[in-house]
Design a protein around this ligand. Structure first.
Ligand code: MN
Length: 283
């Protein structure tokens, strides 16, 4: 069994643009090595937006050196980026954007959701890239809900977004070994999760409450496991929605400045210079 290393809670709430009321459950400016390869976890909502005339969100901005993974639970987001990638992600869908050498994108509520308003809940997870891939070509994977395999569990389900869960394989292509599972448990369910030995393993509670090895975690809390051991027994104390992330630690320096995460100050200065001279393109 894996031991629990820490329980992470939201340090602060803030708005990203006018469309995303987020709680950051972790960020690369603290414990970056403990969470590697994961850099940042923003939980947007739950929030209820009234109908509006103009889409709320965040306009064109850059990223370099990592990937952003957006998972929609409620509400809809429309995305457009400088690779020509784009589309609408609706509940159940996942957008896996590889910023790598540089991307410009915008993230707004979809036109349809803007009109109706309603409940809104999303996760944006930043996944670091190994140094040798940080300047790779930018890319975009739009992953539809229908393409994500669902594994039945005793008292729940696991949707396999990336990596594997038993025999089921997730559709996302990743640059380093990663598992990403959307796990739903009904109250009273108890499941054993196989979390690879040596991986960073994080269990985020988005709603509900779970107990693992005598430690409880509720909404907007993340259990971080020790790297040793390979299993965790999770009990759902109520109906719960969990996001389970595991990944091989990269073991490389993490030097970040806002939307750029590289391995040295010199690379950050280069990213700023490249962005200022228009070398990231436009969305
Ligand atoms: Mn962004």
């Amino acid at each position: 069994m894996k031991k629990i290393a820490a329980v992470l809670t939201s340090q602060s709430g803030h708005w990203v643009g006018d469309g995303f009321p987020v709680r950051s459950l972790f960020s690369y400016d603290r414990e970056a090595q403990d969470n590697s390869p994961f850099l940042l976890f923003d939980y947007a909502g739950p929030y209820n937006f009234p109908p509006a005339a103009a889409p709320r969100g965040v306009g064109q901005h850059p990223h370099r050196g990592f990937e952003t993974v957006t998972i929609a639970y409620e509400g809809e987001v429309a995305h457009r980026d400088s690779t020509g990638g784009g589309g609408i992600i609706a509940p159940g869908d996942v957008q896996w954007m590889t910023a790598a050498g540089g991307i410009i994108h915008e993230e707004f509520h979809s036109p349809a959701y803007t009109k109706t308003g309603g409940p809104f809940r999303m996760v944006q997870l930043w996944v670091n890239l190994p140094a040798r891939h940080k300047m790779a070509k930018a890319g975009y994977q739009g992953i539809a809900s229908a393409d994500i395999p669902v594994v039945e569990l005793p008292g729940g389900t696991a949707r396999v977004i990336a990596g594997a869960f038993g025999e089921a394989k997730g559709p996302a292509r990743t640059f380093s070994p990663i598992n990403l599972w959307d796990v739903r448990l009904t109250a009273g369910a108890e499941v054993t999760l196989d979390l690879p030995e040596g991986h960073t393993a994080l269990l985020a509670v988005l709603s509900g409450h779970v107990t693992v090895d005598g430690t409880g975690a509720g909404e907007a809390e993340i259990i971080r496991f020790a790297r040793e051991g390979s299993q965790a027994r999770v009990r759902a104390d109520g109906d719960s929605v969990l996001l389970v992330m595991t990944g091989e630690p990269l073991g490389e320096p993490v030097v970040g400045y806002g939307p750029f995460v590289m391995t040295s100050e010199a690379e950050i200065r280069q990213a700023i210079a490249d962005f200022n001279s228009g070398r990231f393109g436009s969305a």
